[in-house]
Unconditional design. Structure first.
Length: 81
């Protein structure tokens, strides 16, 4: 991009996600908050949903070395690296 500014940055992605989540939570129908949807998913998959949340949080917080991080490994595989 001209001037050396990147269009896609992590900061912009986090900002877009935060705005999108807040907009959804304000506009969603009764009973459809993200946490309410997660509650329903936990009822159906009591181990999978919390484990998935922990993996995502661990990835974002860099708690796993790359060689053990399932998200890093998955995207490395998809990118063919």
């Amino acid at each position: 991009m001209a001037g050396g500014k990147e269009l896609l940055t992590a900061k912009r992605a986090w900002t877009c996600m935060a705005i999108g989540i807040m907009a959804y939570e304000l506009a969603c129908p009764e009973g459809e908050l993200l946490s309410e949807g997660a509650d329903r998913a936990i009822e159906r998959h009591p181990m999978l949903v919390p484990l998935t949340a922990l993996v995502i949080a661990g990835h974002v917080a860099n708690l796993f070395p790359d060689r053990y991080d399932p998200i890093h490994l998955g995207f490395t595989f998809l990118k063919g690296q």
